[in-house]
Ligand binder design. Structure first.
Ligand SMILES: Nc1ncnc2c1ncn2[C@@H]1O[C@H](COP(=O)(O)OP(=O)(O)OP(=O)(O)O)[C@@H](O)[C@H]1O
Ligand SMILES: [Mg+2]
Length: 345
């Protein structure tokens, strides 16, 4: 659906050059919710603006389906942009216009009768759950409601792609969740391809199918959300992932308060997929006489796939502990011995 080939964007002149996007290659399949994560200044907004050509790439090719954006003239580009809706962090609504007028704004130059426009606006506002606000003004709406209006407006031209630049970062967690659910609904119902920029890994975890991590203009890692969360290859990805789970802090607190005996060892066990039917810890006792005591457990679901983490203390002989760890590894678990002194801080 969207393909970027070796795309770079350079701002400024030779004296003061900013390479906002560097040699980015990206393919986003139709119907995907694709997340782009990165710290401030990473180049996320610039990259996403390249997709609807609000930003012209300095070099590289942008394809939407089979159309090469670089080759379009202004008129063709305007036409093409109707297929690509965009919403922003700060909603960008026209304050002096009603909600209905805001939503119908993109329809204005489409030669659609007033009546049809009204019907379309009603349909869109219903879709985002704001049918009673058609005559209200933006200042009378909450942030979450304004973002819904912005989404309705972006959908007015019946786009195939929706670009969201930090669409939820001005919203509280509950409203964020509602907006994300709405985006997920639109993805499923309208088969909309969504590119979602965010600095919150939590957002990626909630709704994205795939994601890319950006740093200093480059994509440092990309993959399915499950791949990124279960086996991050880059330090930056791991750092972002930690922010989506509050467990690090809990574990560190827990370890501070844990009093281990001399023959006890702490182990972190992580797994992906369904192993809930397997009594692994009991097997450890039966096979190796290791007494495993669970100190912490957590399961998160990533697109229906469970990802679990346990902190367990192992009691038994050192040789049997080693065998136990090898056994758990052979059963597909990720195993890590923890040092209380290093983790408890
Ligand atoms: N029009 C411009 N002219 C010059 N430099 C720019 C321009 N737009 C962006 N930049 C620079 O390009 C880099 C990437 O900016 P961009 O807005 O894409 O980052 P971002 O990842 O979206 O950050 P944030 O999370 O803060 O929105 C930054 O160093 C920024 O200063
Ligand atoms: Mg930005």
């Amino acid at each position: 659906m969207i393909e970027l080939e070796n795309v770079s964007v350079v701002f400024g002149n030779d004296e003061k050059k900013v390479e906002a996007v560097k040699h980015v290659n990206l393919k986003i399949a139709k119907g995907t919710i694709f997340g782009i994560v990165g710290y401030s200044g990473a180049g996320k907004s610039t990259l996403v603006r390249v997709i609807n050509r609000l930003q012209r790439p300095t070099t590289g090719i942008v394809r939407i389906e089979d159309c090469v954006l670089n080759e379009l003239n202004e008129k063709e580009l305007r036409q093409k942009r109707k297929e690509i809706g965009m919403i922003f962090q700060h909603f960008n609504l026209l304050e002096t216009r009603t909600i209905g007028e805001n939503v119908s704004f993109p329809l204005k130059y489409n030669n659609i009768s007033k009546e049809k426009q009204r019907a379309k606006v009603a349909e869109l506002l219903k879709l985002v759950g704001l049918e009673d606000k058609v005559d209200a003004y933006p200042s009378q709406l909450s942030g979450g409601q304004k973002q819904r209006v912005a989404i309705a407006r972006a959908l007015a031209s019946e786009p195939k792609i929706l670009l969201c630049d930090e669409a939820t970062s001005a919203l509280d967690p509950k409203t964020t969740k509602q907006i994300l659910e709405l985006l997920q609904h639109l993805n499923r119902e309208l088969k909309l391809t969504i590119v979602l920029i965010t600095h919150e890994m939590q957002v990626v975890k909630e709704i994205c199918h795939q994601a890319a991590v950006m740093s200093k203009g480059e994509i440092v890692e990309k993959g399915t959300v499950l791949q990124l969360f279960s086996k991050p290859q880059k330090k930056l990805t791991a750092e972002f992932i930690k922010t989506a789970f509050q467990q690090e802090e809990i574990i560190s607190k827990l370890l501070q308060h844990t009093d281990l005996k001399a023959d006890e060892t702490l182990v972190e066990l992580a797994y992906t997929g369904d192993i809930t039917n397997e009594p692994l810890l009991i097997e450890l006792y039966e096979k190796f006489r290791i007494i495993a005591n669970v100190l912490y457990g957590n399961i998160e679901y990533l697109q229906e796939t469970p990802m679990g983490k346990l902190i367990v203390s192992f009691k038994g002989s050192e040789a049997n502990k080693t065998k136990s760890l090898a056994y758990l590894k052979s059963r597909g678990l990720k195993v890590r011995s923890l040092e209380i002194t290093t983790l408890g801080v």
